[in-house]
Design a protein around this ligand. Structure first.
Ligand SMILES: [Zn+2]
Ligand SMILES: [Zn+2]
Length: 172
């Protein structure tokens, strides 16, 4: 069973890079080769192409593989093409295609799909946090002499977190 073959992964990426063009990038800044439409000049990403055609930049993803489950999640199209589909190329091929409808492989597919999704969410969370921190550094202009912000006013009616805290305490 072939999986996580770094040479194959490298070859796939190189082919995608060649199809998209060296150092190709969409005007939006997207430059992951698998998120760029092959052979398009000037380079354009799937998301911008969708938007240009009046459609949302999202796509349904069969997280466990089409052969294993009808379950789908809606994800940004560029991430679908450049992250989640690429992760599925690394699956054991038998697990993805499951030609004999084996229950064990279906269960394996569910685990792999969940792991891919979690990894994607972790990476995306870190990247988003870094973007927010960069924006704070360039846009907020906090200065050393700033008064600290006053504590948030407690408003029990609108604060679901503190409400659930209270109910948890009540359970004890
Ligand atoms: Zn774009
Ligand atoms: Zn700030």
């Amino acid at each position: 069973m072939a999986e996580r073959d770094p040479i194959k992964a490298w070859a796939r990426k190189t082919r995608a890079q060649r199809r998209a063009g060296k150092d190709a990038a969409c005007t939006c800044g997207e430059q992951r080769p698998f998120a760029l439409i092959a052979g398009h000049t000037p380079p354009i990403c799937f998301a911008c192409d969708r938007i240009a055609h009046g459609r949302g930049p999202y796509e349904w993803n069969h997280i466990f593989g089409r052969q294993n489950s009808a379950a789908q999640v809606r994800v940004p199209i560029n991430d679908h093409r450049a992250v989640l589909s690429v992760a599925q190329y690394d699956w054991t091929p038998e697990t993805l295609s499951n030609p004999h409808k084996c229950d064990l492989l279906e269960a394996a597919a569910r685990l792999r799909g969940r792991a891919d999704l979690l990894q994607y969410m972790l990476d995306d969370s870190r990247a988003c946090a870094e973007r927010l921190e960069r924006r704070c550094a360039t846009e907020c202009r906090h200065s050393a002499g700033d008064e600290p912000a006053p504590p948030l006013r407690q408003n029990p009616a609108s604060e679901t977190c503190s409400a659930s805290d209270r109910s948890r305490k009540g359970d004890r």
